[in-house]
Design a protein around this ligand. Structure first.
Ligand code: UDP
Ligand code: MG
Length: 316
């Protein structure tokens, strides 16, 4: 099969008939073999019943329904597992992404040999409250992830080589950072393509302002997990040792200073009268705490089931 189109949806009943018809039009025109994988993220507006009736007329549709709402990342993860096409396309269900982009995305993967092509909504049809923070967000993600050629990490419309979706795991709200996850998994050819973006036609957005806070925290954890999950001691241990040593050296110095003064019979201050002493004390405590955290984390990661889970590209 050429293409799997994975579509996460949460209460998008009005958009689905139009979207399905549009996809079918594009696929038939280009002669692709394809499947549409709907993942119903616990809708309660009749989306599922509608999908059932759409499937009745279109054998290319398959669908999964969650019992409750788990979020877009969970939906994508399940869709990725179900997809069997050579190229996997993800798109939003709300008609903001255009199926007309699919042939070109497919070509980039198949002919240009790119692993992941992310859509770039160069002209966005979203309110300012969303576009301005998004700009900032993308800039931070770009510099933290080292993927400098993407403008729009969180675009719902993306295309993947099949191996990419089969070797990554998306959870929590990590769908915003799939290119970063793919990069950590060793896929280097990541590129973007300018895509059409339309205003939301029906219903309203499913993400509130909280998206920015959660998004930022997720970026931190992704960065940390990607870099240090398999060796937490390198992170906590280093900071712990530095802090402990700094505290230790300061204390030793304060005490020696006092002893020297006593020996020379010059006036001196009590060690406990000096602010520096308390700073040193805190540094020692924080340092040993960090060290212990690193130790515990190291034991955790030793016991984690995927401690020896590597991405193997080729074997002969
Ligand atoms: N979505 C989902 N589960 C959720 C929230 C959203 O499957 O918990 C789907 C939603 O139905 C849509 C896509 O994710 O197909 C993008 O959501 P939305 O259009 O609300 O996001 P925005 O365009 O505002 O970024
Ligand atoms: Mg949308």
């Amino acid at each position: 099969m050429d293409i799997s189109i994975v579509i996460p949806l949460f209460n998008e009943v009005e958009s689905l008939p139009e979207l399905t018809a549009w996809i079918k039009r594009v696929m038939d025109k280009n002669g692709f073999t394809y499947e549409i994988v709907f993942v119903d993220d616990g809708s309660n507006d009749g989306s599922w019943e509608l999908i059932e009736s759409l499937k009745f007329h279109n054998a290319h549709i398959s669908a999964v329904k969650f019992r409750r709402n788990y979020g877009k990342s969970a939906a994508l993860n399940v869709g990725f597992a179900a997809a069997s096409g050579d190229v996997v396309i993800t798109m939003d269900a709300d008609l903001q992404d255009s199926p007309d982009e699919i042939p070109e995305l497919y070509r980039r993967i198949k002919q240009d040999g790119v692993d992941l092509v992310s859509g770039w909504k160069e002209k966005r049809h979203d309110p300012l409250t969303k576009t301005v923070p998004t700009k900032l967000f993308n800039a931070v993600t770009r510099s933290m992830s080292g993927i400098h050629n993407l403008h729009d990490f969180n675009c719902g419309l993306k295309a993947y080589r099949k191996e990419v979706v089969k070797s990554i795991e998306v959870y929590g709200e990590m769908h915003r950072y799939i290119p970063v996850i793919a990069k950590w998994a060793g896929f280097r050819k990541i590129d973007e393509q300018v895509v059409q973006h339309y205003p939301r036609k029906y219903g309203k957005t499913k993400f509130g302002f909280g998206r920015f806070i959660k998004g930022f925290l997720d970026l931190l954890s992704i960065f940390f997990v990607g870099k240090f999950a398999k060796r937490p001691m390198h992170f906590f241990g280093t900071m712990g040792v530095i802090s402990f040593l700094a505290g230790f050296v300061i204390s030793v110095w304060l005490i020696t200073d006092k002893l020297i003064s006593i020996a020379h019979n010059t006036p001196y201050r009590n060690v406990t009268d000096q602010p520096l002493f308390f700073i040193a004390l805190v540094a020692i405590i924080v340092g040993s705490q960090l060290f212990l955290i690193g130790f515990v984390a190291e034991m955790l990661s030793r016991n984690s089931p995927d401690r020896n889970n590597y991405q193997i590209e080729k074997v002969i």
